[in-house]
Design a protein around this ligand. Structure first.
Ligand SMILES: [Zn+2]
Ligand SMILES: [Zn+2]
Length: 125
């Protein structure tokens, strides 16, 4: 294993420089969300503190009215289910390092997952 950097800065940089190279890969057994960048060979580990599921349409219309009909506790499980069943349908849509928030879209289920991240780690391959 290479170096580990505990910061969201690398993911932010990947996201701003080459967003299409950042892929949502999987959820680990200890509930960490793994994103990898094909361009700079970084693997980003995100520890979610909460996952809120939103329908895509709701998000597009009213981005600010968050917490609309959150489904308690099931967000993370649903995200894990999506990653197990159709990982290629998931993509990083937005990220906000100041809010520690990333938005993952599932094209298959037409849902967005608003993931509040309690810690970021970037691993060099
Ligand atoms: Zn990158
Ligand atoms: Zn899905």
């Amino acid at each position: 294993m290479g170096q580990i950097v505990r910061s969201g800065a690398f993911l932010q940089q990947c996201w701003s420089v080459h967003p299409l190279c950042v892929a949502v890969k999987r959820m680990t057994d200890d509930n960490r969300l793994i994103l990898s960048c094909t361009s700079c060979r970084f693997v980003h580990h995100l520890t979610p503190s909460s996952v809120v599921v939103r329908a895509s349409a709701v998000l597009d219309q009213a981005e600010d009215s968050s917490r609309e009909d959150p489904i308690p506790d099931s967000g993370q499980a649903q995200l894990a289910g999506c990653l197990a069943e159709h990982p290629s349908a998931l993509s990083l849509r937005e990220m906000d390092v100041f809010e520690d928030l990333v938005l993952v879209r599932c094209a298959e289920c037409r849902r967005h997952y608003a993931v509040t991240v309690s810690s970021f780690e970037t691993h060099q391959k």
